[in-house]
Design a protein. Structure first.
Length: 134
């Protein structure tokens, strides 16, 4: 991928995962460039279709476009970083990310954002004051 495109995606994301908001500077594994619309579904390698993603969110998202809202059990689109506003769908309650909408809940569940190890790391970083919760 062209360095200019990578720089644009990273700058637009403010160097944090566009799904879970984990800061890239605190990650042990380099962040990845997620195709919001997966290539296998016709997604292009262009700025509007790329999101900065931690390795966990990118791995769990895979080629998924929808997820299942755990509250309603309905198939629901996953969060799209270029269209909706993140705070409309998510809110922090300490180290736990809570979905405010079906899209938020389905994304959290599909990407396993609140898996035990992630919560433990966020708890530690919150205690240290190094995890910026928006």
């Amino acid at each position: 991928m062209a360095l200019a495109l990578e720089a644009l995606v990273r700058q637009r994301a403010e160097a944090r995962c566009e799904d879970c908001h984990f800061p890239e500077a605190l990650a042990e594994v380099p962040f990845q460039f997620d195709h919001i619309m997966p290539r296998q579904h016709g997604g292009q390698r262009v700025a509007d279709n790329l999101a900065l993603s931690c390795c966990y969110c990118n791995r769990y998202k895979g080629p998924n476009l929808p997820g299942v809202d755990p509250l309603t059990q309905e198939v629901t689109p996953l969060f799209h970083p270029r269209l909706p506003v993140w705070p409309e769908h998510f809110q922090w309650k300490g180290p736990l990310l809570v979905g405010k909408t079906a899209i938020g809940r389905a994304t959290i569940q599909t990407l396993e954002i609140n898996r035990h190890d992630a919560i433990a790391v966020r708890e530690l970083l919150l205690t240290e004051g190094t995890f910026p919760v928006p």
